[in-house]
Write a new protein. Sequence first.
Length: 239
Amino acid sequence: MKNKIISWIKQQVKDAGAKGIVMGLSGGIDSAVVAALCKAAVGKNNLLVLFMPCNSHAEDLKDAKLVAKVLGLKSKLIDLSGLYNNFLRILPKAGGLARGNLKPRLRMSTLYYFANKLNYLVCGTGNKSELLVGYFTKYGDGGVDILPIADLFKRQVRKLAQELGIPQNIIVKPPTAGLWQGQTDEGEMGITYNELDNILDNFCNKNKQAAGKIKVDKIMRMHKKSEHKRKGAQICTIH
């Protein structure tokens, strides 16, 4: 699995005529795993990781810096908090989701600024569990060039993290998108990743579901409603 992904990343960079990869490092397991894979694929001199706090929890930046140090990565801190706060001041008031989704969209713009500057590809960190239920921000963390772990369920990402030597505290910390204080992935979705993985695995392989009907129906609704997020913009064909 590891070697296949590394070879795939190498090929994507080569096919695009790019010089390397830029990606965001959040302090979570997914970005840590992807960073390790990208380093193995293109080398540490051709990989730039960005820390992009945006009114974020200080512990996340600390964890992100730990991963960069352990892996020996080139990094740069771009604090988006001031920009985010000023942006909200000129926008009409809106709910937490609208405000929260601005954060990954500002990060996406920042990543592509560096990608254009360096002729790098923007590497995403989304996994299969999140992508299948649309648990990502359209044109935010979903706005990337390549997705190396998008065919791995969360449990597979955890296993790969162990193999890659990712710090244990990163592996066991509760996953969060950092959209607002106290937010966690499992709390927002209302289901654990283990439950989610089992339901989606059975769905993908057309096996009988073992989970309760209420949870299965909820996940199937999330999958259906998020289909537009996994496709490009729809085109009205005239001919």
